[in-house]
Design a protein around this ligand. Structure first.
Ligand code: ACO
Length: 434
């Protein structure tokens, strides 16, 4: 336990007529916790908390969220201020190092990212092995894990190697993402350019070709940069917890990052942005205004949910959704830019925010509700949306991996369970079985 946590008076828990004194703690933003780490050894009781909704799995100084108040801060800075004033590379530096960089530090970080953006040439062959139509998240997870074979990690990690790992992953995840897209459409790979900064470089690798220059639109570059900032970290979400869990075994960090990508893929996590657009497209194709879809989402007998609504932590509003909605308003107000799906999204939001089903369950638009519209405006294909999320989240995953690695004691993640299977029984020969 670090000295950032202050002790409060202990909680007394009575179990089987015996009292147990449990330390209670308070974090710097007033979050209170009961330390139950010794409860089992003292009393033989474990705590049950499916999905860990009420469990703090670690101490962390990276990101602060107050889901009730709709607050998100990276290293103390409100997300709204970072989205408005900062750029993704600067935010990545902040998450990893704890402070905003000065000009020299930013230039050095940005140059390192640029110089590390080329993936090993031999990896290019791997892209040919994937079947046509493979989901880019499957390719991304595989390719990121395969970086471990190109960059062996010494048993004792020194500062320089650790820094290079972080730089490689943040830079190369973007190259792999763009290459997997180019492969999927049968176009030649476009190498990263030393002349272009992070987002511009990515868009250029995605959309230029030897016979076609890509004209970078400043508003799109800014919107994608903002998208990446808003996705850069979100404390102990499903994928970050997966990174910490895999990392706690001291596994190779490229494989650890791949675990994060795999966890992110699911429709209840990072995959939701793709599902939002598919939902909006379906509503558009059916010609409705969304009322019918909302009714289905409310129906207990239907598996459908209003994608992009609800959040495990935000029970008021998701501040990232507010920023993105504003950015969408700006983007679609531009002359000649429109998207009928944006109108449907606005209508759905309007209906849902007045509907008692969503109000009583505290279901509000989450970051994914508007993010897909931004990516669509940039020409990013739907099956690449979660890949973009992964690019954004990479600095967050690595900041958590690093924080864990440098904590006083790296404890392997190993939750308990409550067994509900068969009691002891004995092996029967096959002839005796019913
Ligand atoms: N549409 C309709 N009903 C919903 C929705 C939704 N999007 N989300 C939750 N509910 C309902 C549930 O059916 C449940 O109803 P009940 O109490 O009558 O049984 C109640 O609200 C609570 O639902 P839970 O799943 O327990 O809520 P939880 O906080 O665990 O889940 C989650 C959060 C997974 C995000 C959920 O809201 C969801 O599936 N949303 C749609 C998918 C989505 O947008 N995911 C992106 C999350 S953000 C991110 O990962 C970056």
């Amino acid at each position: 336990m670090t000295d950032k946590l202050k002790q409060l008076s202990p909680a007394i828990l009575t179990l089987d007529d015996k009292n147990y004194s449990l330390p209670t703690l308070i974090g710097i933003e007033g979050e209170k916790a009961i330390d139950i780490s010794k409860l089992r050894s003292q009393s033989s009781y474990v705590t049950l908390d499916e999905g860990y909704g009420n469990t703090a799995s670690c101490e962390s100084a990276i990101t602060y969220i107050d889901g009730e108040k709709g607050i998100l801060r990276y290293r103390g800075y409100p997300i709204e201020e970072l989205a408005e004033n900062s750029r993704f590379v600067e935010v990545a530096y902040l998450l990893l190092n704890g402070e905003l960089p000065n000009s020299r530090q930013l230039l050095e970080f940005s140059t390192n990212l640029n110089e590390s953006s080329i993936i090993p040439e031999d990896m290019h062959h791997f892209f040919n092995g994937f079947p046509r139509g493979s989901h880019p998240m499957g390719i991304l997870a595989t390719m990121v894990a395969s970086l471990s074979t190109f960059y062996p990690i010494p048993d004792r990690l020194d500062t320089v190697t650790e820094q290079q790992i972080v730089i490689n992953l943040i830079s190369q995840v973007r190259t792999i993402a763009a290459f997997s897209y180019k492969k999927s459409i049968g176009e030649p790979l476009v190498y990263p350019s030393y002349k272009l900064k992070y987002v511009r470089n990515f868009l250029n690798m995605m959309f230029s070709s030897p016979v076609r220059d890509y004209q970078l639109d400043e508003d799109i570059v800014r919107a994608i940069d903002m998208f990446l900032i808003l996705h850069a970290d979100h404390e102990q979400n499903c994928s970050t917890s997966s990174v910490r869990t895999a990392g706690s075994s001291m596994a190779n960090v490229y494989a650890v990052a791949s675990a994060g990508i795999s966890a992110l893929w699911g429709p209840r996590h990072g995959g939701a942005n793709q599902q939002v657009i598919q939902m909006l497209e379906q509503i558009h194709a059916d010609g409705g205004d969304g009322t019918e879809f909302i009714n289905q989402a409310k129906d207990k007998n239907s598996p459908s949910r209003l994608m992009g609504f609800g959040h495990r932590v935000y029970k008021n509003f998701d501040p990232r959704a507010m920023v993105l909605k504003k950015q969408c308003d700006k983007l679609f107000a531009k002359a000649g830019v429109s998207d009928p799906l944006f109108d449907i999204a606005r209508k759905l939001e309007e209906i849902a925010l007045k509907d008692d089903y969503f109000i009583s369950r505290k279901l509000y638009p989450n970051v994914d509700f508007y993010s897909g519209l931004i990516l669509r405006a940039a020409g990013i294909p739907t099956n690449m949306y979660t890949v973009l999320f992964a690019i954004g989240r990479m600095p967050g995953w690595l900041a958590h991996w690093r924080e864990m690695l440098h904590s006083e004691q790296v404890i392997i993640t190993r939750p308990r369970q409550i067994y509900v299977g068969e009691p002891l029984r004995h092996y029967q020969n096959i002839e005796q079985r019913p």
